[in-house]
Ligand binder design. Structure first.
Ligand code: Q6P
Ligand code: ZN
Length: 627
């Protein structure tokens, strides 16, 4: 129904956008694209009073309960005590259905009846507070769902990702002192000039008491944020925190007013970015993800964004990411000398980096020497090549090559999406012909993993190194450190280096090579394989040696789209290791914009720890530019 019915003209503009067509166009798009047919529909129910009271006060519930019986005059008056919300005689019923729909979805996901899902609901919920309606929201659907999942299904930790363009202050308030619910929100902020104009929407609201560290705000101080900005924040901020947190359930405040064309958000991200955001969350919590619609007011982009989300939840490969030209450029006219390119969004200017994980320190010494030293890189790669070629058998190389080519041909024809090949021994069989490929190798020796976003095969490396001048711009090759026993460091490298690099490189194929004794556990391997499938439309080719047969089942499961097992809550890092990883990122960010989280510290910088609490190693370092 349309809330605007009967409201005076001066109240119309705001409620003109939150219209019933938002749901009908979204649903029609799902039907037309055939996606609806592939989903299981779950019947809705009304949230019970007990459900609502998980978040809201009795007084507030009693007040809302009376609204169906109020005269229009009384309704208007009732409405006026809240901000930007419109009561209609039917809204109490609808609000109970909206919250109930979220709970039905949580039930279905938590009991394993379905893998994941999306609830298309109105009215939305994330602005609604314990005793107040606000911003089109009556009951806080997602906050209720989080507490319900804890209470009814024993979820220990719930992650709420709010990608709506508005700050879900209602959700933040509900869980401010609660370490069992981690709330992440990015939102248009413009230095508090944008609605709801709250100081507490800023980056420095990190939670209170025991919940300190479990609230993460990313305020955008400019409009026009694009795909790169969203992916950057996911890779560098949300995902490291989320992986460390290790949720049992992921809830998404899925507002699509953060997409291009939205009159409220004025951002520039394309609808297909939601496929990637969704994909990046799908290996958390064993894949248990419930998205609940919040905002989204452009009736053209909204249904596209909804389809992208649902399609990804169904397991379809995400489309190639578009327009990844790095996070937004610093604004020249600004009076502050920014430390980062992303910092226009002030957030990263102030919160430079969230240090979370460590990596194996002895390895770092090696990398340290390699970077910036061409000769040593040559030596390293010739050694590496020798170890690959050692014992290599020409016929096995040929078999491998033809198998890979066959698989790639099938990928081109879209007959297969991904695949693996078991070979006797690695050789230089990695095909020359593959252009635009990301090659990832996991090697058994001291240098555990390296990443070559190039169309070169191993035997070309010598040539590559010669062409590469480390001091100029095109170092297209880097080494990923991996501490064998250190899952934290490895995951940090994957999220903070590998993924952004992969996204920016935009390969058409990912070749993932796993050497024996790589030191990777199945769950880490599956996380890696799963996350990488966001690249290259899911075209992943895995190369393993025959001795690694035990790995075939987990690999296949990941390639087929099963969620990777959780890694458990990750531990604290060794500062030197984190620093080394950060140094690596800084070296590489010259060429790779998606690695730019912190720019030069052009002026004296003070580091203030604003929160060293509880997120085990969560130290937020703020650099304050003094110029
Ligand atoms: C926007 C209200 C007020 C304009 C100032 C869950 C979804 C939403 C709601 C936005 C309310 N604009 N008079 O709610 O976040 O998109
Ligand atoms: Zn919104």
């Amino acid at each position: 129904f349309n809330y605007s019915l009967g409201y005076p003209n001066d109240m119309l503009p705001a409620c003109k956008i939150e219209v019933p067509e938002r749901l009908t166009v979204s649903h029609e798009a799902l039907v037309k694209s055939g996606l609806a047919d592939r989903c299981v529909s779950i019947p809705v129910r009304e949230a019970t009073e007990a459900d609502i009271l998980l978040v809201h006060s009795e007084d507030y519930l009693e007040a809302v309960k009376k609204t169906p019986f109020m005269t229009l005059e009384d309704l208007k008056e009732f409405t006026l005590q809240y901000g930007d919300v419109y009561f209609h005689p039917n809204i109490y019923h609808c609000a109970k259905l909206a919250a109930g729909a979220a709970l039905q979805l949580v039930d279905s996901v938590m009991t394993g009846k379905v893998r994941n899902g999306m609830a298309l609901v109105r009215p939305p919920g994330h602005h609604s507070m314990r005793s107040a309606a606000n911003g089109f929201c009556v009951f806080n659907n997602v906050a209720i769902a989080a507490l319900y999942a804890k209470q009814k299904h024993g979820a220990k930790r719930v992650l709420i990702v709010d990608w709506d363009v508005h700050h879900g202050q209602g959700v933040q308030y509900s869980f401010e002192d609660d370490p069992s619910v981690l709330y992440f929100s990015w939102h248009r902020y413009e230095h508090q000039k944008f609605w709801p104009n709250l100081k507490e929407s800023d980056y420095d609201s990190v939670g209170k008491g025991k919940g300190a560290g479990f609230n993460v705000n990313v305020p955008w101080n400019k409009v026009g944020m694009k795909n790169s900005d969203y992916l950057s924040v996911f890779c560098h901020v949300l995902l490291p925190v989320a992986y460390e947190f290790c949720p049992d359930l992921v809830l998404v405040c899925a507002g699509f007013d953060s997409a291009i064309g939205d009159p409220e958000g004025e951002m520039c991200a394309s609808p297909d970015i939601f496929a990637h955001l969704t994909h990046l969350l799908m290996n958390l919590a064993g894949g248990k993800l419930c998205a609940v619609l919040e905002g989204g007011y452009n009736l053209t982009s909204l249904p596209q964004s909804v389809c992208q989300t649902v399609q990804t939840l169904l397991g379809d490969p995400a489309p190639l990411p578009v327009n990844l030209d790095g996070p937004c450029q610093r604004s020249v006219s600004s009076s502050v000398r920014f430390m980062s390119q992303m910092c226009v969004c002030d957030f990263v200017m102030k919160v430079n980096y969230i240090f979370l994980f460590s990596a194996h320190s002895s390895l770092f010494t090696v990398f340290d020497q390699l970077i910036g030293c061409t000769e040593k890189m040559c030596l390293f790669f010739s050694t590496l090549r020798e170890s690959f070629l050692k014992d290599a058998d020409e016929s096995d190389a040929l078999t491998t090559l033809s198998s890979l080519i066959a698989l790639m041909e099938q990928m081109e024809k879209n007959e297969v999406c991904s695949g693996y090949h078991l070979c006797l021994v690695f050789s230089n069989a990695v095909p020359r012909a593959v252009a635009n490929t990301v090659l990832l190798c996991f090697n058994l020796h001291e240098l555990q993993a390296y990443f070559i976003p190039l169309n070169y095969c191993l035997s070309d490396l010598q040539w590559l190194i010669k062409k590469t001048d480390v001091n100029t711009s095109h170092v297209r090759l880097f080494v990923l450190p991996q501490g064998c026993s250190d899952v934290s460091g490895f995951i940090q490298a994957v999220l903070g280096l590998l993924l952004p690099l992969g996204y920016e490189y935009d390969p058409s194929l990912v070749l993932l090579v796993r050497a024996p004794e790589s030191g990777l556990s199945d769950s880490v391997w599956q996380q890696l394989t799963g996350l990488l499938q966001g690249l290259a439309q899911g075209h992943t080719l895995v190369l393993m040696q025959e001795g690694e047969k035990a790995c075939v089942a987990p690999t296949t499961s990941s390639l087929l789209g099963d969620a990777a097992p959780c890694l458990g809550q990750l531990h604290t890092s060794v500062p030197e290791d984190v620093e080394m990883l950060e140094r690596l990122r800084q070296t590489l960010q010259v060429d790779w914009k998606l690695l730019q989280t912190t720019g030069e510290f052009t002026t004296a910088t003070s580091h203030n720890k604003i929160n060293t609490h509880n997120l085990t190693a969560c130290t937020i370092v703020i650099g304050i530019s003094v110029s």
